[in-house]
Write a protein that binds this ligand. Structure first.
Ligand code: BG6
Ligand code: MG
Length: 222
């Protein structure tokens, strides 16, 4: 297939905020006396704020009201926002901006596909908000990854079929969402590979449309 669209996850792909989410959730879990490790955190990457909170509460056998859930999410988010307050253009992961600029210049349509409700403000802080043709984020989604809703909405917004789009993801939940929606799923992972991805790369440094097309072609079904 010829690549016509690229759908970018944000946290962990465009910017290294996955570790900041961990610090904020860890602080909340400590307060609730619920054990929470980096391994637990990795398993929850990509999921919505509410999904993550409910998983943590469940692991601690803690039941709380909807009102308390909202308060806990707000507390986590305030801490998270404080941690990422100084985020700037220098925090874009290697190769990402160069790739986005090349894709735009060659007419590939681009959409940001994040579960985060903070996506637009983060993209603005790092100076690339205006480089996307569309943004689908936690503010306009009903279902959390691994549901494919985010990518389906994005491909519709770009006017493309899923099979013409590549998804860039650092989380298993996102890879699962991409695959079940019929997209090509490229895993971005410095440590090992995402097991359900069509293909994996460590990062996007030195990535180009030609290289991307070659990766896609080499994984095309026979
Ligand atoms: C995803 C992250 O991009 O956004 C998840 O991978 C996070 O870890 C989710 O839970 C929601 O983010 P936010 O910023 O709305 O709390
Ligand atoms: Mg991510």
């Amino acid at each position: 297939m010829k690549i016509l669209g690229c759908l970018f996850d944000m946290d962990g792909v465009i910017v290294d905020t996955a570790k900041h989410h961990y610090i904020a959730w860890k602080s909340l879990a400590d307060e609730l006396a619920i054990p929470f490790t980096e391994v637990d955190n990795n398993a929850l990457k990509g999921r919505s704020r509410l999904d993550r909170l409910e998983c943590i509460l469940r692991s601690g056998n803690l039941e709380v009201s909807s009102k308390t859930k909202i308060e806990l999410m707000e507390k986590k988010n305030q801490l998270y926002l404080k941690i990422i307050d100084s985020l700037g253009p220098g925090d874009i992961r290697p190769g990402v901006k160069e790739l986005i600029l090349e894709l735009r210049q060659k007419g590939v349509r681009l959409c940001l596909c994040s579960s985060s409700k903070n996506a637009s403000s983060i993209l603005k802080s790092i100076g690339i908000l205006n480089l996307f043709d569309g943004i689908v984020d936690g503010n306009n989604l009903m279902l959390s990854k691994p549901d494919p809703e985010v990518f389906i909405k994005a491909s519709k917004l770009l006017g493309l079929t899923p099979s013409a789009c590549v998804v860039f993801e650092d989380a298993e939940s996102g890879i699962e969402a991409a695959r079940s929606g019929g997209f090509f799923a490229l895993g971005i992972s410095a440590e090992g590979s995402l097991k359900n991805a069509h293909a994996n790369v460590k990062d996007l440094a030195h990535m180009s449309l030609d290289k991307l097309q070659a990766i896609v072609d080499s994984h095309a079904p026979n």
